[in-house]
Ligand binder design. Sequence first.
Ligand SMILES: *Cc1c(COP(=O)(O)O)cnc(C)c1O
Length: 359
Amino acid sequence: MIKFLDLHKVNQRFEEQFQTQFKLFFEKGWYVLGEEVAKFEQSFATLNNAKYAIGVGDGLDALVLLFRGYIETGVLKKGDGVIVAANTYIATILAIHEAGLKPVLVEPDEDSFTISPLEIEKKITSKTKCIAVVHLYGQLANMNAIEAIGFKYNLLIIEDCAQSHGINNTTTNSKAFSFYPGKNLGALGDGGAVVTNDENLYKVILRLRNYGSIEKYKHELKGFNSRLDEIQALFLNIKLPSLLQDNELRRNIAKRYSIEIQNPKIELPKILDFDKHVFHLYVIRTKNRDDFKAYLLANEIETQIHYPIPPHKQAAFFEWNQESFPITEQIHEEVLSLPISPVLTEVEVSKIIRVINSY
Ligand SMILES: *Cc1c(COP(=O)(O)O)cnc(C)c1O
């Protein structure tokens, strides 16, 4: 069986270092906000060409803290409208909601799966204050067009980078990352980070993640508790140096899929620029998605669907259930994610291509 993602194999590459470093960690007896978190924050900021990174509990919290940070610093206020792609993973939308802001759904661009700049402009009203961009599946959204719109209407732009670790050429001050195990940089549990160059925002989020406090028992803000665990930071410090190389391995697999899969029933993703895509997922489309998925499974190839139900059709957002986003809905019916990871072998990739071409 070719697994969709063999996480044990992904992490096995670092097992010896994990064991050695864990022993030292255990002997030190320091579990929260220690040297490992500080070291990771510094390296992760550097990787992103940014001044600051703040390690937090998970990706959802990173987004919530970003929005709350902007509310705390007066850039946003409760009730402001935030434009977001209707086909994102639900976390982006939940974060907007959790921060007391109002999500405004917009259709994606069919070719790139990322938010459509044309559709953004149609939804802007006097209440709109922010655009939440998601680099979905690992592909950089159309930042030039989005930043031009942000400039024209004076909107804040924040980036959900949970699927795009290693793309460091965007200029916003507001990036949220997840280190959920399956992400391109994954912990052995939950983790997340906010990345920014804005010193004021940095200082606020540093406090918000730790009870509004930077100095023990002195609380300047009504914060909450969302800190990157010291032990997850330890694992991430070991894995971080391999991230760009891992992305390159993913890219090589994607290139093979894009060249070698030749089947009129399968629509390949349109890659705008391979260098601006880190292939968190390789997502194809087909009219008979469920049948195709079953066929692959019968041939011992696991796949996944990202995602089966769009956020506006979820019970959690019952208030949107009657709304219609045809492009988004069609995407959710047709997409299928093929295996892609740094530990998928050439032989496995060849088999996947062969099986797909004979469908
Ligand atoms: C994974 C993910 C998140 C949430 O990250 P968690 O660490 O699981 O909370 C947010 N947005 C997107 C696009 C994601 O893929």
